[in-house]
Design a protein around this ligand. Structure first.
Ligand SMILES: [Zn+2]
Length: 226
């Protein structure tokens, strides 16, 4: 099933408004190309038909990957300040789609899905990368909090975010991103062993871990913006 909706996108350069039809859902099992486009940053990257400038379109999709056990509601990064209300909506949406309020077949599928809420494309990309690399997203958020505590002059602000940008067997690359432009500000390369050490001893982190796991919005911003 493919759902579409229409937005009026206004070009920041020439001011021309164009009608853009966007997908309301991505099924990664049926469309692995769309999953790849999300990872590449080319998903829903639309250009102005008049002058060719890249148009920034707000994120608003549900993402389903049954093989990897991921269900993710993706909302626009600009909505992050309202995360408690959006999280309530996300919880209801998952419940009626694959959870307690869904038909039996859907519930069976839902039992193998990890439900999440993210704001913006870099946050979605991070969830896909983490799952691919076998990283628990709760532990990853704890690692980020640890990094911010230990690295002086972290560019943490309301207009920046820290996201996983790449992962290998030996290294993790975190990236500071300008939320509005999605442009990288700085890269931070970590040995993967830092993640493994943290994951092996979560006891000192139990309080923060419980806060991160309290809802679908598994993101250090739920603590920072509490
Ligand atoms: Zn234009």
């Amino acid at each position: 099933m493919s759902l579409f909706y229409t937005v009026d996108a206004r070009c920041g350069k020439c001011g021309i408004t164009s009608n853009v039809q966007l997908s309301a859902s991505v099924n990664a099992d049926r469309r692995p190309d769309l999953r790849q486009a999300i990872l590449d940053g080319t998903f829903q990257a639309v250009t102005c038909p008049s002058c060719g400038t890249a148009l920034r379109l707000p994120a608003h999709i549900t993402y389903l990957d049954m093989r990897r056990g991921q269900w993710i509601l993706v909302e626009d990064a600009g909505q992050i300040a309202q995360w408690p209300a959006v999280e309530t909506e996300a919880t209801e949406l998952f419940s009626t789609s694959f959870g307690a309020s869904a038909p039996p077949l859907q519930r069976t599928i839902g039992a193998d899905l990890k439900a999440r809420l993210v704001f913006g494309w870099p946050a979605l990309r991070e969830k896909l990368l983490a799952a691919e690399a076998g990283l628990d997203d709760v532990v990853l958020e704890l690692l980020k909090i640890s990094v911010i505590r230990n690295v002086p002059d972290s560019p943490l602000s309301d207009s920046t975010e820290l996201r996983l940008a790449a992962a290998s067997d030996s290294a993790l690359t975190l990236q500071w991103i300008n939320t509005a432009s999605e442009q990288s500000i700085a890269d931070l390369s970590l040995e993967r062993s830092l993640y493994d050490e943290l994951a092996a001893d979560l006891e000192p982190w139990s309080e923060l871990k419980a806060q991160l796991e309290a809802g679908l919005f598994v993101d250090m911003n739920r603590i920072i913006r509490a």
